[in-house]
Design a protein around this ligand. Sequence first.
Ligand SMILES: Cc1cc2nc3c(=O)[nH]c(=O)nc-3n(C[C@H](O)[C@H](O)[C@H](O)COP(=O)(O)O)c2cc1C
Length: 171
Amino acid sequence: MEFAKLIRERYSVRSYKSIPVEEEKLQAVLEAARLAPTAANRQPFRVFVIPTEGRREELGKVCSPDWFAEAPLVLAVVALKDKCWVRKYDQRPYGEVDAAIVMDHMVLAAHDQGLGTCWIGMFHPEAARELLELGEEMDPIAFTPLGYSSDVPGPKKRRPLEALVVDMRGE
Ligand SMILES: Cc1cc2nc3c(=O)[nH]c(=O)nc-3n(C[C@H](O)[C@H](O)[C@H](O)COP(=O)(O)O)c2cc1C
């Protein structure tokens, strides 16, 4: 799909069909994660592919809305705190930034495959740690359901460019 169309069309899907996601579509989404840029190319992340079948109760503890576990799959991006690049001037770790880019690559690739997603930041970190059996150095950053939408997009509510861009040309 043309990129401009893709980013215009993508929306957060909060209702899913229970039909399965084809393996090749899942692989296309995961390949987008693999190709995502990361600081110093450290690739300090893991993507978890979680089948929802038989896990709805556990997933409900991670994120409460019913639609979270409605799709056949949920994806999680976990940052590896001990592997990420750290900016030397102020010791800022970039693992969360890397993980966000990975999730966004997957979300866009999913739409390209005709699949719906919804970024989830509102999850219970401890329940997520338990579900994914994460060690101390692994930091769950974001989840998304992955499946076919049974939702309809609302209007895109965005601020005008002037409110978002500081154009310093001509100063
Ligand atoms: C970092 C991040 C966290 C988000 N967390 C949630 C969430 O926990 N639950 C939810 O329903 N939507 C969540 N969203 C989706 C946003 O609400 C949504 O992207 C925004 O309202 C714009 O709508 P659109 O994605 O349909 O264009 C999140 C989005 C981002 C980027």
